[in-house]
Ligand binder design. Structure first.
Ligand code: FMN
Length: 393
């Protein structure tokens, strides 16, 4: 386990220091025991048998191996990576979801996970394009979204078809490098931004692209709106820590230690949190309710978001299948568009999964169907979050 040494002054300045001073080290230590380390990547319920592994390594599956290698980079809530590509033949693959990787306590009704399938569909199409292939992903016609997390075997969500080129050996596409690069440079940035404003034309272009998926992008850069929204978000984060089911669910995805090359979940570096803070949050959530601790924790967290100049809201139909797929495609288009413009983003989902805060967002911004709030701006390159070695099954 990686514990950055903390000098006395730094320690006493921090929220976790305050918590420790209040005598909670015992519970912090006990929480530490249940947090996974680098060695504990969540195993899949359906490991590949030798025959399937051999079939997937055949020459006819080469295109799917290439596509899956890049599509692994798809962003998913808490880096749960619940989607798998199941090739049927050289040109057809099923896209399935693993229910045990869902977040039913926090993501009531599995709406965010279902929308993430839309992100996956768009990512597969872009990954194919990067290899000179033309792929289309079609969602299944209907789906019981709310039951997805209860499935004990992979659930079919859609089918990916490679529709071109006719000769799959021709793989030197004109824009391959750009697409490949964009999939790699698109990341979540939880570090401070540098205070520069993004040009209005960039937002106008991104809003038009978002509208093409039936969703609206709203951008705010009034400093007061930005400040008040970041504060609302940190309050939601701290209050959500006290929701036992949600906290236990998220805790399963927190990982301590240096970020490995392959993995899932939320690691210290990409989260911009150290192990001590993480252990305190899960070991002593009640202490964050104490006014003095809460104040210090808020201040420390907001310091990680300094320099933020933009708040973004995405809104539109977000209730059923296949609207959720379109929502995910809209978010992916926006995220890649921002990556193209050198702009980073951090989704702030905690405000919307908590009904009390969602109502406050609706009131403040006068929108009834907002499903994602984000902060955006320019930052240094954020640390990378790991991905599983393979998503082919
Ligand atoms: C629908 C959705 C909601 C997300 N919500 C949050 C969030 O509330 N806070 C956060 O820090 N990251 C959030 N993320 C970012 C993921 O944690 C992130 O994509 C994942 O850890 C992989 O990291 P990467 O985006 O840097 O590749 C969200 C991602 C998606 C797709």
């Amino acid at each position: 386990m990686h514990n950055r040494p903390l000098n006395r002054r730094e320690f006493s300045k921090r929220a976790v220091g305050t918590i420790a001073a209040l005598g909670s080290l015992g519970s912090v230590a006990s929480a530490c025991a249940s947090l996974p380390t680098a060695a504990s990547i969540r195993p899949d319920p359906t490991p590949l048998d030798a025959r399937r592994a051999a079939a997937l390594s055949g020459a006819d599956m080469a295109a799917w191996r290439q596509v899956a290698q890049l599509a692994r980079l798809v962003p998913t809530p808490h880096n749960t990576q619940p989607f798998r590509i199941r090739p049927i033949d050289a040109r057809t693959a099923e896209i399935v979801a693993l229910g045990e990787r869902f977040l039913p306590a926090e993501d009531d009704g599995n709406l965010y996970m279902a929308s993430a399938f839309g992100i996956m569909a768009a990512t597969i199409e872009m990954a194919a394009k990067a290899h000179g292939l033309d792929a289309r992903v079609s969602p299944v016609a209907s789906l019981d979204v709310a039951a997805l997390h209860t499935a004990t075997s992979p659930t079919l969500l859609g089918t990916a078809s490679i529709v071109g080129p006719e000769d799959m050996q021709v793989q030197i596409p004109r824009y391959a490098r750009d697409d490949n690069e964009l999939l790699h440079i698109r990341r979540t940035s939880r570090i401070p931004y540098d205070g520069r404003l993004v040009l209005r034309e960039t937002w106008e272009r991104l809003a038009a692209a978002t509208a093409s998926h039936g969703h609206q992008l709203i951008e705010h850069h009034d400093p007061d709106v930005v400040r008040r929204t970041l504060r609302l978000n940190v309050d939601a984060l701290l209050d959500n820590l006290r929701l036992t089911d949600e906290r236990r669910e998220i805790q399963r995805w927190y990982r301590l230690g240096p970020t490995p090359q392959f993995g899932d979940g939320l690691w210290e570096k990409p989260m911009n949190q150290d192990s001590f803070e993480i252990k305190a949050a899960f070991g002593s959530p009640g202490f964050f309710g104490l006014p003095v601790v809460r104040q210090v924790a808020r201040r420390d967290y907001l310091a990680t978001q300094r320099g933020t100049r933009h708040i973004l809201l995405l809104h539109g139909p977000f209730a059923g299948w296949p609207d959720l797929v379109a929502a995910g495609r809209a978010l992916f288009g926006l995220w890649i568009g921002m990556a193209q413009a050198g702009v980073y983003v951090q989704p702030m989902g905690s405000m919307l999964t908590n009904p009390r805060y969602a109502a406050e967002v609706a009131r403040r911004f006068d929108v009834t169907d907002c499903w994602l709030v984000m902060r955006a701006g320019y930052s240094a390159e954020p640390p990378r979050a790991p991905r599983l070695a393979s998503i082919l099954i």
